[in-house]
Design a protein around this ligand. Structure first.
Ligand code: ZN
Length: 271
């Protein structure tokens, strides 16, 4: 006995149906997003277990004796709500007749979408495919990110995903200026350069391992410096960095930049 379920329908077929019906719900005609998409069987799938009733319907509707309940003629994109409202009751003969006319008219468009998807699948690597999926509006970036969160963090090497600490200070604040040592330049780019060098020198002295400045921001008012830390004694380094530097943020590299940090990892140590 066959078990039939919505889960049987491939993403490929769901996607083709969705596009062929202009990304709209078959019943209410309103737009549907791909994640909300449900595929409804016009003739309910459980008729597979009731061959006599199925045969009566297919005959009545002129669908042919080899009619497949999972064929694209029987499948329509719907909202969850619209699918639920239709419920488990059978549609009337008139509705079904009308609906099958509409789905029959869509078969060429569905076939075309399937061919397009096959073409894309053959030609691209998974990341490009993912990007194109986002571009086509099949999924939003947010949905992809949310999905990846559910899947869990992939195992990345610590080299690719160091902790990144951001230190900063506001140079328009009186307190900041007062806290600067006397040897600091009076202001301008010289001061910014000096501050960065001083910060890096402080870290260098304490860190038991490598680090790299991966970003600095200067806007005439504040300075912010992000340091990727491959060393383990982060607490000691944080304690060594003195005011007016403030610790603004500590996050993992891939969370901030959404790519591995490998190209920042000092070359000499890479071998
Ligand atoms: Zn709907």
């Amino acid at each position: 006995m066959g078990m039939f379920s919505k889960a049987r329908l491939s993403v490929r077929l769901r996607s083709a149906l969705w596009h062929a019906y202009s990304r709209r719900c078959f019943y209410c005609q309103d737009p549907i997003s791909f994640v909300d998409l449900e595929i409804d069987h016009l003739l309910r799938v459980s008729l597979a277990e009731q061959p006599d009733i199925l045969a009566r319907w297919t005959k009545l509707l002129g669908l042919g004796s080899d009619f497949d309940l999972n064929s694209s003629t029987n499948l329509v994109p719907t909202h969850h709500g619209c699918n639920q409202r239709k419920g488990v009751t059978d549609l009337s003969e008139d509705s079904l007749r009308w609906y099958f006319e509409m789905t029959s008219a869509k078969q060429a468009a569905i076939a075309e979408q399937l061919m397009r998807l096959d073409r894309e699948e053959r030609t691209t690597d998974p990341l490009i495919r993912l990007a194109s999926t986002i571009e086509q509006g099949l999924l939003t970036k947010g949905e992809v990110v949310a999905f990846l969160r559910r899947v869990g963090q992939p195992q990345v090497s610590p080299k690719d995903n160091p902790l990144v600490i951001c230190w900063g200070m506001n140079l328009l604040e009186e307190e900041t200026l007062e806290a600067l040592p006397p040897e600091a330049p009076a202001g301008g780019p010289d001061l910014y350069d000096w501050l960065e060098e001083d910060l890096l020198a402080t870290i260098e002295k304490v860190a038991k391992g490598v680090f790299a400045m991966v970003e600095d921001q200067r806007n005439g008012e504040t300075i912010g410096v992000r340091i990727a830390c491959w060393f383990q004694n982060v607490d000691e380094v944080v304690a060594a960095v003195q005011p007016p530097w403030e610790l603004l943020e500590a996050r993992y590299f891939m969370e901030i930049y959404e790519e591995p940090a490998s190209h920042w990892y000092p070359q000499a140590l890479d071998e």
